[in-house]
Design a protein around this ligand. Sequence first.
Ligand code: MG
Length: 379
Amino acid sequence: MKKISVLGSTGSIGTQTLDVARANNYCVRALAANNSVELLANQAREFSPEIVCIGNKNMLSKLKDALNGTSCKIVCGMDGLCEIASMCDVDIMVNALVGMIGLLPTLTAIDNKTDIALANKETLVTGGELVINKARENNVKIYPVDSEHSAIFQCLQGNDGNKISKIILTASGGPFFGKTKAELKNVTIAQALNHPNWSMGKKITIDSATLMNKGLEFIEAKWLFGLDPSQIEIVVHRQSVVHSAVEFADNSVIAQLGVPDMKIPIQYALTYPNRLKCDVKKLSLTDYGNLTFEKPDFETFDCLRACIDAIKLGGTYPCIVNAVNEEAVAMFLDEKISFLRIGELSLAALKEFTKCSVSSYEDIIKAEKEARRFVAETA
Ligand code: MG
């Protein structure tokens, strides 16, 4: 029986991970969520994990009440997340946390030699070099959960030793594809949260509307697959059927297709190298009829440009752009800044900061704090 722990168990990826766990009779040894006490407690009662963690310390007593009479050990905050990441005898830790709080638990799991199913983009965006090097030293596997990276990972199977010449990272284009900056001036929160193909959490849905999400995925792909930024091409594909593709030395391109449903990549990360039955709709290409592919609009979507510039510049720049975006998205959702301001701040941060290299977790945290302060002062 596979043993897993799930960080971010009440979010969209987390609940679908537990669907897979339920369908395949996995042993869930730990659960963690940030705020959703009620759902977390229900999950704990169903799966009987040894450890349950609540991120928000103010919710701790509520969780204790909700789990009264169970034998779960209840922990909280970053210490709690890292306690889960340090557990022995876990086959895979699923990291589905949102934001760069996911980085330290990832590093801790790698130190603990636990394989990771990674849905937390910010882990590789902010600490890519550190994480990848550490994983290699400890012989820890990182299985991508993001649909695009899972697609690339799937395309690479059976191609050991064959050099990737390029990857084609597909993007849905989000709800504002084809719009100009002038048309996006007065975008409301509801409009930005209305994604055409994928149903996801709030933060990632806004990131999809600004194309920040694709920028983060660009950086993630660079680290996961050991590529130079020049080897990654972003292509807008509105139907989200081709989840990404790999071009090899002979110019043959292999793509992975499916209906847009995160359950496939989540399950593959957990069952790799096996493919098990999965409760998702079958893909019917004739139902779609046409699949379209277009160039992304780097002029309108500042966040996308900021991410690509940041990874080309290297060092702490990707971390800075990510932290600026996290702050800016929170402010947009709070109705404190406009939609376009998110991208403006991301680009402005690249000019504001000078290059610093990343050799430790502390370097990343220092850059993060400075970036958040920059947003507080300039937004
Ligand atoms: Mg994705």
